[in-house]
Write a protein that binds this ligand. Structure first.
Ligand code: WTA
Length: 696
């Protein structure tokens, strides 16, 4: 395929709704169809309490009191909390303002106005200055058992400063974007912190994205410098990462943007010498050749509270991924505070978050939050089931992990391997178990609690999003009882509103769309370069409210049960994927004329990707073509977005105005064709039978 046609295709992929066009979301009556196992398990009232004493909160009353103040007087509440961090310059008393109402002017959020700080300083220097420099900051475990690396807070600080000095030497200054494409090496959080130290905006790209996706991200934020790694080994498979970057840089160049420098970390754990990695003269340099010669001291760039900290691209209902922008002060305070309260994290606690820094969880709960708390972070390069399902528990025992945070998909996969791999390990160090990324079904929740946690570890099922920056609805361990499958109650400063399709708040128990009424410190500030799209996506749907894109239920106790996305976003193994992106990728294949992608319930992944494809005249969906179509998605987005099921659709169910009726496609995908509902508005009702007779 020529460079030109790819460029064209990308343009199509980047099309988006115009200003003022509100988000598409499924009608409430359809919520039930999308309800996860967690919520489907009837309004389960079963509460679970384990003996755990929170170090800051003695009781539910403590929580209630703090929560009330956080909502009624956010400026004072967060002001008091923010005093626990270093500010070079104090914020103003009336530091907090926000507007969530599109009819009342520009949507905006400001926290700690007038204050200056630096998150990297708070993550590192502060601990070193306070005598915690010798505490382990990073405990790195390689993909293959037997290789590890320990770095103290002082050591991480020194390396962050060296890299920051290198970045400055490349001309990177406050406000410039830097792209990072690395696997889970110590150098990944170090790279993020080095950017933050000098005020550069980091844009981490998950090292599973394809060159096309990397290029789109580099282009969107004009990153002149890319921090990369040579390769990675995941399980048995070695993956060459540098060649992906080379291709991406080539695509960017074709579109008129030149990446000037690429710093490459040689990942020895992936095997292979440096000679296996081609380097371009003048552009590519090795980390170990460049960084050691730079000074281990680097002055901090004091950032205004609302200065941008990072960009992270995430999928939405339509169009290209959005560059979610978080700012400095509010994000810092909320990341630190949620880590402190939700994981009860204290200096020196050994904490393991299995997320990759390529996603928001790795930003807030691997890099920033735990380091703000002075915790010791496990950084794991591999896959938690390699070489055996017991790997997770070996690592837990080896490092004496106290708080463990993962996604339901991993819990379900470990559950399916039985209990022996768990029980053969001690795990007595574990105190708190967390989950994130998708609704957790009560069965997995109970297994996590009873088998992994031996019935003595509270489970924190944390609901939040890339856009929220930090936990929003979450249990607080030992403070109030949990219920299997419920994210429970809002965190301090978070004011949920459950609304019907007209945006009217539903009081008491019921079911609706999950919105947030007022700004919290780590509110998404904008979509990079597209404030209109920001306002349209999150605030145009329901007046005066931030709309999350999720549905929820609230029970008699005020507990929230997240029922899943109500827009065209799906959560696959905790990875957020826009169905529109997969559709655009499929139609890049010359034989695919149209595609419609929906999620379906998958026993391990939570949701799987089900793709209906229409083909050019005379083509049938044979195995070879299936492979090609899958490859097209892998190479345009990444392997994690490859469809699980491809279904040949000579015709798609469309309304007379040409809109695809996804409800019908979802029903067919979940084998619930008896509940197709009203199909009389279809332009050609015959396509339904055709699809049913065509099942793959
Ligand atoms: C889903 C990940 C149920 C939800 C932090 C949300 C959850 C999307 C939970 C955001 C949870 C996240 N229970 N669903 N505890 N946590 N989600 O941006 O659909 O990758 O909208 O952020 O994940 O995904 P994102």
């Amino acid at each position: 395929r020529s460079a030109n046609s790819l460029s064209e295709a990308r343009k199509v992929r980047h099309s988006r709704p115009g200003k003022g066009q509100a988000v598409r979301c499924r009608p409430l009556s359809a919520l039930q169809q999308n309800v996860s196992a967690a919520a489907a398990a009837a309004p389960a009232m079963e509460a679970s309490t384990v003996d755990y004493k929170h170090s800051l909160l003695a009781s539910r009353e403590d929580y209630d009191k703090m929560y009330k103040r956080s909502i009624e007087d956010p400026a004072a509440f967060w002001g008091d909390i923010a005093k626990g961090y270093h500010w070079e310059q104090q914020w103003e008393d009336d530091h907090h303002t926000h507007n969530f109402d599109v009819t009342a002017g520009r949507i905006s959020t400001e926290f700690f106005k007038g204050g200056t700080t630096n998150i990297a300083y708070n993550c590192l220097d502060r601990h070193v200055k306070e005598g915690r420099g010798d505490v382990d900051c990073l405990l790195w475990e390689a993909n293959d058992p037997g290789t590890e690396r320990r770095m103290t807070y002082s050591e991480v600080l020194a390396e962050v400063c060296r890299l920051a000095n290198w970045l400055k030497a490349q001309g990177i200054k406050k406000g410039d974007a830097v792209a990072i494409y690395m696997p889970m090496l110590c150098e990944l959080p170090i790279s993020m912190l080095a950017c933050a130290r000098i005020g550069a905006i980091h844009s981490v790209i998950f090292a599973g994205f394809s060159p096309e996706s990397i290029a789109a991200r580099i282009l969107d934020c004009k990153a002149k410098v890319v921090l990369a790694a040579s390769a990675v080994k995941r399980g048995k498979k070695a993956i060459d990462l540098k060649s992906m970057v080379d291709k991406a840089v080539g695509f960017a160049s074709r579109d008129g943007f030149e990446v000037e420098k690429c710093l490459v970390c040689h990942n020895t754990s992936a095997g292979g010498g440096k000679e296996a990695t081609p380097m371009k003269d003048g552009r590519d340099v090795w980390w170990d050749a460049e960084i050691p010669s730079h000074s281990s001291e680097c002055a901090v760039e004091w950032m205004h509270s609302e200065d941008p900290l990072f960009l992270l691209y995430t999928s939405g209902s339509t169009g290209k991924p959005k560059g979610v922008l978080h700012s400095t002060g509010g994000y810092m305070v909320m990341a630190g505070t949620t880590s402190r309260y939700v994981f009860d994290l204290q200096p020196g606690d050994v904490y393991w978050c299995t997320a990759d820094c390529g996603w928001i969880t790795g930003h807030t709960y691997l890099t920033y939050g735990p380091m703000l708390c002075g915790a010791t972070n496990v950084v794991f390069e591999g896959t938690p089931t390699y070489p055996t399902p017991a790997r997770s528990w070996q690592v837990v025992d080896k490092f004496k992990v106290k708080q463990y945070y993962t996604a339901p998909t991993l819990i379900r996969s470990l559950l399916s391997s039985g209990n022996d791999h768990v029980k053969a390990h001690d795990r007595s160090s574990l105190k708190i178990l967390g989950t994130v990324g998708e609704p957790i079904n009560p069965e997995a929740w109970k297994w996590y609690s009873e088998v992994v946690g031996d019935g003595r570890c509270p489970i924190v099922d944390t609901w939040w999003q890339t856009e929220t920056g930090a936990h929003m609805i979450t249990p607080l361990p030992g403070v109030f009882p949990a219920k299997p499958g419920s994210a429970t109650l809002p965190f301090f400063g978070v004011a949920p509103s459950m609304v019907n399709e007209h945006g009217k708040a539903i009081e008491g128990p019921g079911e609706g769309y999950l919105c947030i009424k007022q700004a919290w410190p780590s509110t998404i500030r904008t979509i990079y370069g597209d404030h209109d799209r920001y306002e349209t996506t999150y605030f145009a749907g329901f007046k005066g409210l931030y709309f999350s894109g999720d549905g929820c239920r609230r029970d008699e106790d005020g507990y929230y049960w997240i029922t899943g996305r109500v827009d065209d976003v799906i959560n696959v193994s905790g990875h957020r994927i826009g169905t529109a992106e997969v559709e655009s990728a499929l139609t890049l294949h010359p034989k695919c004329t149209e595609a419609a992608v929906v999620g379906y319930e998958h026993p391990i992944k939570g949701q799987g990707i089900y793709a209906y494809v229409s083909l050019i005249e005379g083509e049938e969906l044979e195995d070879a073509l299936k492979k090609e179509l899958t490859l097209t998605v892998r190479s345009n987005i990444g392997a994690f977005a490859a469809p699980d099921i491809l279904h040949w659709a000579p015709g798609l169910p469309k309304t007379r105005s040409g809109k695809i009726m996804r409800r019908v496609l979802r029903k067919i995908a979940s084998k619930e064709e008896s509940q197709l509902g009203d199909t009389s508005t279809l332009a050609d009702p015959g396509v339904v039978n055709q699809l049913l007779s065509n099942r793959p």
